[in-house]
Each structure stands twice: as structure tokens, then as C-alpha cells.
Design a protein. Structure first.
Length: 239
């Protein structure tokens, strides 16, 4: 085989490998999501319970602050009673005191319900946490295998890219440019095998004279149909 064609064929095979590895690497997040989906059924109830607990704790904190404020207001209103000089002022003060008390009672009732729900959550959370823990343990091996797969693909991809860079440095720029141009026009296949007198890129017959030239390996031969660079591979191996 012509040395230039050998280089181009090796470059094409590297590019094919790099594309395949890149595609495999892109599948890792999808595979990770599939693993996450396995535990989502037990994770979602736990997340909802934890969020409810956090919301209730915040609500209770706000309610306790509101109750304290209302109690302070009630004390201040009671202190005003000796200062009342008319029945109208007295009635207005009583109405305000009554409204404040009603608001405090409602707030205390909401706080009590929140506390009761928090106590119930303290009972509900442990089983939910156990179920989630078991779910994670069940997919731990899957996660470890996926991480190993990702590391292996990344390392192999890096090695192929490095090898490609070294090969490109060895090649004549004109041939690399020609290869890149044809590959861009021909869906990544710039070098095609000839089998049984037929180009395996476009499946058009190759003239006997060109097949003979391929046997000699002295010149770089291109397909007259698709312009791909040809090599003779009667053994059946394709890039």
C-alpha cells in the first residue's frame, strides 16, 4: 500500500474511533439518569417530607414570633385601660383587645397544628430514609461501573486524540487538507476500500487500470465516482 494512503487510512480509523468514543462519552449522563430513575421512586417521597419539615419549621418560627408580638400588643392595650376617659374610647379599646386575642388564638392554633405535623414527620422520616438508603445501595454497583466506564472512555479518547495529533504532525499538510476536505464532503469517509473492482464508498466500478495502479501502490488513486482516496483490500477489511 502506498505510504501516504497508509497514513490517511490510519488517520481515518483514528477519527472513526474518536467519534465513537465521543458518542459513548455523551451517553454517560443518560445512563446516569437511568440509574437515578431507579431510586427516584423512594427519593421523591423523602425529598417531599424533608421539604415539608423545613417549611413547617420556618412557619412555626414565624408563628412564635407573631404570637410574642401579639402578646406584647395585648399587654400594651391593657396598660391603656386606666387612661380611658369615655365609654367610646373604652369600647374601641375592648374591640381592639378582642381582635388581637382572636388573632393570637388563630396563630396559636396554626402553630399547634404545625407542631403536631412535625411530630408526625419525625415518625414518618426514618422509614423513608431507610428506603432511600436501600435504593442507593442497590444501585451503588451500577454507579461504580458507570464511573469506571467513563474514566476508561475518557482515557482512551485522550490517547486517540494524542495519537491523531502526532500522526497529523508527520503528514504532509497538503494531504491532510485533502483528507479533511473529502471527509467533510463524504460523511467522514475520505478513504475507501476497493473490493471486487468496486469502490466501497460509492459502489461504482473502478477501472481495471486504476485497480492495477492500486496493486503497484506507487501512486495515490482516487475514485472517479466519489473522489475518495482508494486502497485495495481484497481481504475484506474496511475502515
Amino acid at each position: 500500500m502506498n505510504p501516504i494512503v497508509e497514513q490517511l487510512l490510519r488517520l481515518q480509523r483514528l477519527d472513526t474511533d474518536i467519534r465513537a468514543l465521543g458518542h459513548d462519552l455523551q451517553q454517560i449522563p443518560k445512563k446516569s439518569k437511568l440509574i437515578d430513575d431507579k431510586v427516584r421512586a423512594v427519593r421523591d417521597p423523602l425529598d417531599r417530607a424533608l421539604q415539608e419539615k423545613a417549611d413547617l419549621e420556618q412557619a412555626r418560627s414565624d408563628q412564635e414570633a407573631a404570637i410574642k408580638s401579639l402578646e406584647d400588643k395585648e399587654r400594651q392595650l391593657k396598660l391603656k385601660m386606666p387612661e380611658i376617659r369615655s365609654n367610646e374610647e373604652y369600647s374601641a379599646l375592648l374591640r381592639e383587645m378582642d381582635a388581637t386575642k382572636r388573632e393570637r388564638d388563630k396563630t396559636e392554633e396554626r402553630s399547634l397544628k404545625a407542631m403536631e405535623r412535625l411530630e408526625a414527620l419525625e415518625v414518618e422520616l426514618p422509614p423513608l430514609e431507610d428506603a432511600y438508603k436501600k435504593g442507593e445501595e442497590g444501585v451503588a454497583a451500577d454507579r461504580a461501573a458507570l464511573k469506571s466506564e467513563q474514566e476508561h472512555i475518557s482515557a482512551e479518547l485522550l490517547a486517540k486524540q494524542k495519537e491523531r495529533g502526532l500522526l497529523q504532525a508527520e503528514m504532509k499538510p497538503a494531504w491532510f487538507k485533502k483528507y479533511t476536505h473529502i471527509a467533510a464532503q463524504r460523511n467522514g469517509l475520505a478513504v475507501a476500500a476497493v473490493k471486487g473492482g468496486t469502490c466501497q464508498g460509492c459502489f461504482i466500478g473502478v477501472r481495471p487500470k486504476l485497480v492495477q495502479d492500486l496493486h503497484y501502490g506507487e501512486d495515490v488513486v482516487s475514485c472517479e465516482g466519489c473522489q475518495r482516496i482508494l486502497y485495495l483490500d481484497d481481504a475484506g477489511r474496511t475502515p
